[in-house]
Design a protein around this ligand. Structure first.
Ligand code: ZN
Ligand code: ZN
Length: 385
C-alpha cells in the first residue's frame, strides 16, 4: 500500500506546468486569484507542490493593513510534495512529502550567537517564494524553496502524519517559545484567555509543563473543543466574570500566570487583574503597535510582570517537529475549515472574522490530489466546509 501511495505521489510530479494558480496580494484587503508562472528553481533548491497551507494571524494582519508592498504571495505554514530538485540536491527527491520553514537564521552571526535569531540578517530573508518579492508563497500551487531552507528548514513528513498536521510545525514552535518564556511549572495555576487553535495549543503545552490550566473564552463551542484536549477547567466568559472565577478557584489569590491568546488590548487589564501579586502575564497576540492602558502600580506595587513572545525560534525546531510528527496532540482537530485555493478570499475573510465554530483555517491547493496518503484521506473528517 505504501508503494501504491508512493506511485500516486510521483504521478503528481511527473509533468510540471508552465503556469499555476496563486492567491496574489495586490494591496490592503485585495487578494486575487491569478495565473502566474510556476517558479524556476536553481542549484540546491526545491520546487514543492503545495498540499496545505495554514492561514496565520500574521498573514491576515499584512492583508488587512497593507503593511507590505504589493504584489506578493503569502503563506508560510506550508506542506506538500517535492515536485522537482535543483542540481546538487541529494537529500530530497520528487515525491517526498515535506514541510518547509520560511525563515532560517545563519547560526553564526553576532545575533545568532546571542540567540536573538529574529535579528539575524539571514533570518530576515524569506526563503520560500511563489513569485514576486519572496513572502512565503504557500498560497499557490507551487513554491520555490531556496537553498538555505532546503539545507536547514525542510522536514520530511512521516507516512502516519497528514499534510494538515504537518502545517502546524511553525505555529507549534511559536507556542513552545511562548511557554518557554512564561516558564509555567508544577503546582502553578495558569489562566489562558482565548481558546482558538493557538490558545488551545498554549493551554495544552502549559498543562504538559505541569501547571493546572484554566481556560476562558466567550464562545462555549470553543471550550467544548478545548475539553477534548483534556483542558477541563474552563470559564465561559460570556456568562461569568473571569477574574472573580479565577480567584474563586485559587483561594482568592489569582492565577500564578496568565496567557493572552486573543488579539487587541482590551483584555490586558483582565489578565493582569486575574493573576496574583508577583504573577506574570504573557502577551501572545498583541501584535499591533499602539498604546494600552495599564495600571503601573500593578507592575510596581503588586510586582506583576508583563512578558511577550513572538514568532518561532530555530532552537525549538526539533522539539516542534517531534511534537507534530510524533502526533503528541490531535492537531487535525484544531482545523475547522478547509478551502481550495480558488476560495482563498473566503478563507481569509473567515479567518479574519472568526465565528464561534471556527478554529484553524487552511487553504488546500492539493485538495484534488488522489487520496493516497493520510493527508488526503482525512479531509472533511471533522470539518464543516
Ligand atoms: Zn504563522
Ligand atoms: Zn545569524
Amino acid at each position: 500500500m505504501a508503494i501504491a501511495g508512493q506511485f500516486a505521489m510521483e504521478e503528481l510530479t511527473l509533468t510540471l506546468p508552465a503556469t499555476m494558480q496563486a492567491a496574489v496580494y495586490r494591496g490592503a484587503n485585495d487578494v486575487r486569484l491569478e495565473t502566474v508562472p510556476v517558479p524556476d528553481i536553481g542549484a540546491g533548491e526545491l520546487l514543492v507542490r503545495v498540499h496545505t497551507c495554514g492561514v496565520c494571524g500574521t498573514d491576515l494582519k499584512k492583508i488587512a493593513t497593507g503593511s507590505h508592498s504589493a504584489p506578493r504571495i503569502f503563506g508560510h505554514e506550508t506542506s506538500g510534495i517535492v515536485a522537482a530538485t535543483g542540481a546538487g540536491v541529494d537529500e530530497f527527491k520528487p515525491g517526498d512529502r515535506v514541510v518547509c520553514f520560511h525563515h532560517i537564521p545563519c547560526g553564526n552571526c553576532y545575533y545568532c550567537q546571542r540567540k536573538t535569531f529574529a535579528q539575524c540578517a539571514t533570518y530576515k530573508k524569506v526563503g520560500c517564494t511563489a513569485g514576486f518579492e519572496p513572502s512565503g508563497g504557500g498560497f499557490a500551487e507551487y513554491v520555490r524553496v531556496m537553498d538555505w531552507i532546503v539545507q536547514n528548514g525542510t522536514v520530511r513528513i512521516p507516512d502516519a502524519v497528514s499534510f494538515e498536521e504537518a502545517c502546524f510545525v511553525e505555529p507549534v514552535n511559536t507556542c513552545i517559545k511562548g511557554i518557554e518564556r512564561l516558564q509555567p511549572c508544577a503546582g502553578e495555576t495558569v489562566l489562558v484567555i482565548g481558546q482558538g487553535p493557538i490558545g488551545i495549543l498554549l493551554a495544552a503545552l502549559a498543562q504538559r509543563a505541569g501547571a493546572r490550566v484554566i481556560t476562558s473564552d466567550l464562545h462555549g463551542q470553543r471550550l467544548t473543543i478545548s475539553k477534548d484536549f483534556g483542558l477541563e477547567n474552563s470559564i465561559d466568559a460570556s456568562r461569568v466574570d473571569v477574574i472573580q472565577e479565577v480567584r474563586r478557584m485559587t483561594e482568592s489569590r489569582g492565577a500564578d500566570a496568565a496567557i493572552l491568546a486573543v488579539g487587541g488590548n482590551g483584555l490586558i487589564k483582565t489578565a493582569l487583574d486575574a493573576v496574583r501579586p508577583g504573577g506574570r502575564v504573557l502577551l501572545f497576540a498583541q501584535t499591533a503597535r499602539g498604546e494600552a492602558a495599564i495600571d503601573p502600580a500593578a507592575i510596581c506595587v503588586d510586582e506583576k510582570t508583563l512578558l511577550g513572545s513572538y514568532s518561532a525560534s530555530v532552537d525549538l525546531q526539533d522539539r516542534s517537529v517531534q511534537f507534530v510528527m510524533g502526533r503528541e496532540m490531535n492537531l487535525g482537530r484544531l482545523i475547522s475549515h478547509r478551502f481550495p485555493l480558488s476560495q482563498s478570499s473566503e478563507a481569509f475573510d473567515l479567518a479574519a472574522h472568526p465565528q464561534p465554530s471556527s478554529m484553524k483555517v487552511v487553504i488546500q491547493p492539493g485538495n484534488s490530489w488522489p487520496a493516497s496518503r493520510p493527508g488526503s484521506r482525512r479531509r472533511n473528517a471533522e470539518g464543516n466546509s
